[in-house]
Design a protein around this ligand. Structure first.
Ligand SMILES: [Zn+2]
Length: 124
């Protein structure tokens, strides 16, 4: 750890207000990644397979519809079960353009996603 006084004045604000703001930002970020095991199980049951191609005879992975790199988080509204093949293919691409490129049913996915989320909202 460097000597504090050697840090340039513009680096980090050390006021009380700035510290509180940073702490809050970390809390919000943590709360944004709140998908728990029960929610995951509910998502898998609701989709009944890969959310993109429908494959059900395979291990399902947690895929962020809006990729982390584009601001998405591991939340119940942003995660869908995906087979390894779809997850690897989609990677960090925007979901609708990826679905179209893959020749998958984009409207069907969006409708099913909305239906699953509506069902989750009702259950809680
Ligand atoms: Zn798939």
């Amino acid at each position: 750890m460097p000597v504090r006084d050697s840090v340039s004045p513009v680096a980090v604000k050390r006021t009380r207000r700035a510290r509180i703001a940073r702490r809050r930002a970390r809390r919000v970020a943590a709360a944004d990644n709140d998908l728990n095991d029960a929610q995951w199980a509910t998502l898998v049951a609701a989709w009944g397979g890969c959310a993109y191609c429908g494959a059900s005879e395979t291990a399902l992975q947690r895929d962020c519809v809006l990729p982390i790199s584009r601001g998405g988080r591991y939340t119940v509204t942003n995660v869908v079960p995906a087979c390894r093949s779809c997850n690897a293919s989609k990677c960090n691409q925007e979901v609708t353009s990826w679905l179209r490129r893959k020749g998958l049913d984009e409207p069907a996915f969006l409708t099913a996603h909305a239906t699953v989320l509506a069902g989750l909202a009702e259950a809680t």
